[in-house]
Design a binder for this molecule. Structure first.
Ligand code: NDP
Ligand code: MG
Length: 379
């Protein structure tokens, strides 16, 4: 850190979620370096209230707030952009779920802030706009996603021209070894039973369908400027190797650690420095014993395949893929769609809307809305 006497202001969008609460645990170990500028949640007023009492932020926003809300809190959809633009925030951790995070990512970058990005959906939806906003305003985009944090760490000090290939690891999710036909009939309980990571419900379902991995390939493409034919995915059930980079001389650098999001969150806050921190269990190679790797069973995970195709197609296709998936996962979570219905919904949306023209953020929001209503009608 450049100046240890002035704590850096951090705003957390989605403070009450899995990533948001992990970030506050990390920050609690480094109160001399970080303070909370703003906190937002969607509906969980009780937990947000506890966080506010502890951290005394300058701004508190509850999207689904209103009457009965504590005095001084803001409410409505606009709280995300308001919190992302706070003058006292140096870093905006975007940890909301879904493409609703896009405008806040853009607003923070436009204000020249560091965005610690967990909300991968905003980058998948608006990759070109987000990267352009970062370049134009000297904003900084630092990934929180563990795979991308790993790649960033592997790349440290290297030129883009040194890179041959990115190798993103995937746990494979709960259906890694299931017969293909059985996966379509998986229940919600099956899908929420993730083998290695404890996360919010939406990303847990995305990990079961491998949509999460397709989103991550698109995320990596934009973050690191690497073409799709040089990004590979490999299944690694232990989730110890968080990703790898192969360089032009054939050497491969990997980043390892116990599966805990506190490590990539800490790195996104401290980057490019490292902070001493004992909060997470240390990695023990002997206890880990064996690290194994397998090919992805692409045919068993049709949504994964469609996500990669949408990424390569570019334009609005990634936004349509993402929105159709968000809508379908919501239906799966509320019991009105089967697991096998998720790829059918994505397929229908991409066929109908995938080759629309990309023309600014309005065209992305239109495609996002159209994909959601198409899935709604389908169900
Ligand atoms: P959670 O569901 O646990 O938390 C989501 C947070 O966003 C909550 O604070 C929630 O508020 C808030 N929120 C939900 N919907 C809205 C909305 N429409 N508008 C504003 N705020 C909203 O999600 P996770 O923490 O698991 O994931 C957050 C993001 O991080 C996702 O993009 C995910 O892909 C990414 N990510 C997560 C990882 C993990 O380990 N969990 C790993 C890598 C990436 P409330 O509590 O009030 O509902
Ligand atoms: Mg990840």
């Amino acid at each position: 850190m450049t100046n240890a006497t002035t704590p850096r202001g951090v705003t957390i969008l989605g403070a009450t979620g899995s990533i948001g609460t992990a970030a506050l645990r990390v920050m609690a170990r480094h109160r001399d370096l970080f303070r909370v500028s703003g906190l937002t949640a969607h509906s969980n007023a009780a937990l947000l209230g506890e966080q506010v009492a502890e951290w005394r932020p300058d701004f508190t926003g509850l999207v689904n707030g209103g009457q009965g809300m504590p005095a001084g809190w803001a409410s409505g959809e606009e709280v995300l952009v308001q919190a992302a633009s706070l003058p006292s925030a140096d870093i905006v951790l975007n940890a909301v779920v879904g493409s609703t995070g896009l405008e806040a990512t853009l607003a923070a970058l436009q204000a020249g802030k560091r965005v610690a990005l967990a909300n991968k959906e905003s980058l998948v939806m608006g990759g070109e706009l987000v990267m352009a906003a970062a370049r134009r305003n000297h904003g900084e985009l630092v990934p929180v996603d563990s795979e991308h944090s790993a790649i960033l760490q592997c790349l440290a000090g290297r030129q883009p021209s040194d890179v041959r290939r990115l190798i993103i690891t995937a746990s494979g999710g709960p259906f890694r070894t299931w017969p293909t036909q059985r996966i379509a009939e998986a229940t919600l309980a099956d899908a929420l039973n993730h083998p290695t990571w404890s996360m919010g419900r939406k990303i847990t379902v995305d990990s079961a369908s491998l949509v999460n991995k397709a989103l991550e390939v698109i995320e990596a493409h934009f973050l690191f400027g690497v073409p799709y034919d040089r990004i590979e995915v490999v299944v690694h059930p232990q989730s110890i190797v968080h990703s790898m980079v192969e360089f032009i001389d054939g050497s491969v650098v990997a980043q390892l650690g116990v599966p805990s999001m506190e490590l990539p969150i800490l790195y996104a806050l401290s980057y490019p420095e490292r902070l001493e921190d004992d909060g997470v269990a240390r990695f023990d190679p002997v206890a880990a014993a064996s690290l194994t790797f397998e090919a992805v069973r692409t045919d068993a995970f049709p949504s994964f395949k469609m996500g990669l195709e949408a990424g390569r197609a570019g334009g609005v296709a990634p936004a349509v893929f993402n929105a159709a998936n968000e809508a379908a996962v919501q239906r799966f979570l509320d019991g009105s769609l089967t697991f096998g219905g998720i790829p059918r919904a994505i397929d229908a949306a991409l066929s109908a809307l995938g080759d629309r023209k990309l023309d600014g953020i309005a065209s992305l929001r239109d495609a996002d809305r159209a994909a959601r209503s198409l899935v709604q009608e389908l169900v």
